[in-house]
Write a protein that binds this ligand. Sequence first.
Ligand code: GDP
Length: 448
Amino acid sequence: MLYDTIAAPATKNIQSAVSVIRLSGEQAVAIGDALLGGKLSKAADRSLVYGKIRDKDGNILDDCLAVKMISPKSYTGEDTVEFYCHGGKTVTECVMRELLKNGARLAEKGEFTKRAFLNGKMDLTQAEAVIDAIGAETKSALLMAQENLDGKLRHKIDGLRSRIMTEIMHILAGNDFPDETGGNHNDVILSRLKVILNDISSLLTSYDKGKILKDGFTAAICGKPNVGKSSLLNAILEEDRAIVTDIEGTTRDVITERIDIGGYMMNIADTAGLRESSDIVEQAGILKSYQYIEQVDYILYLLDASKELDAEETEYIKKLPAHTVVIYNKTDLNTPKIPDDFGKKVYCISAKNNEGVSELLDGIREDIEARLEQSESEETLFSERHYQALLMAEESLQRAISTLRMNLEADICSIDLEDAASYLGEITGTTVNDEVIDNIFKNFCIGK
Ligand code: GDP
């Protein structure tokens, strides 16, 4: 238990209907009482109290509702008080100042959640899910974050870790007490380790899904000059008004628009800003040279339906990755003759007249959903930190399995298994250092 008492506004410091101010720590009730004339200590735990907040000179700063939540039944696990004041910058500031005068300290970013973690109310996966839930931009991202907040990933990782610990025990017992344990059971242990390895590998594959749910998927509109790339982007943005923000892409000149298409965030780049060339070979070079395009989840390759498609471009399209769709634009001018050997989905649109664009977006959404369904794991990895730690655990487990296969020293094998268990512990926070913990909570806002 940490002993100082922290305070912070939990809502934004702007004019609003209600402002929530939080207080957590041993002195929370006493400090709350100082502002509310002793009403909190007399009130029942977790029931609302109405009272007037006064400063030390007796001036009324606000009338508010307040609640106390006594340890351990609170978010942080400590005694906590929440004030529901009138919204407004000055009310919030005056109440905060009074709390600080009475002995509270201004909370650091994420300190309430950090205390919840340190007091065992949640593990790191749950603490990180709090940020994911707050930052969720789509319903699908929110639902995934809530699953992790509910402890789904924590249980999975804890389960894997305890299965590895059990195998360490079996290996060491077989080694130290061969008579009592009937000696070497490497085959049985090996087969159980392989199942654990399989579970870890399948969880790792869920990161692709997690990334798409959390940050969205990336798409790029490519094609020769004047085929209508910018017009298509404009039509898509018209189509779906839920534009969240314009962000600078990772590559120079690539501007990405973020659009929610049916619950999935699409980061779509119009590559018109790239140096363009009518020479398809050179264009292929341009395409390759931009990291952003190489890495996108989805390529929208645009053709002009009013122009003849040459053999060179046909060949080029055939070679584009599987996650490419071919789009004939300007079908208001001409009905194109579509080769049947593209090996890609083909759409016909008119960006100018906004025809076929919603069908295109529906198709993209279906493709993304199909991709997400490929994940075998019930749990979803959301974070790069979890992914890296799990990769390390997988490697250590693979080494342990090789050692056991070769019937080498049991000690060597158990060291690798202990490493694997420790990497898993980093995910939940059991075996993690303070620096990592501090870094995680730095991403929180004040008051959370
Ligand atoms: P980009 O260079 O590939 O980005 O192409 P633009 O979007 O700038 O379009 C090039 C020209 O094609 C412009 O004059 C557009 O008005 C025109 N254009 C774009 N889409 C269509 C379409 O669906 N039908 C017709 N008829 N013209 C279009």
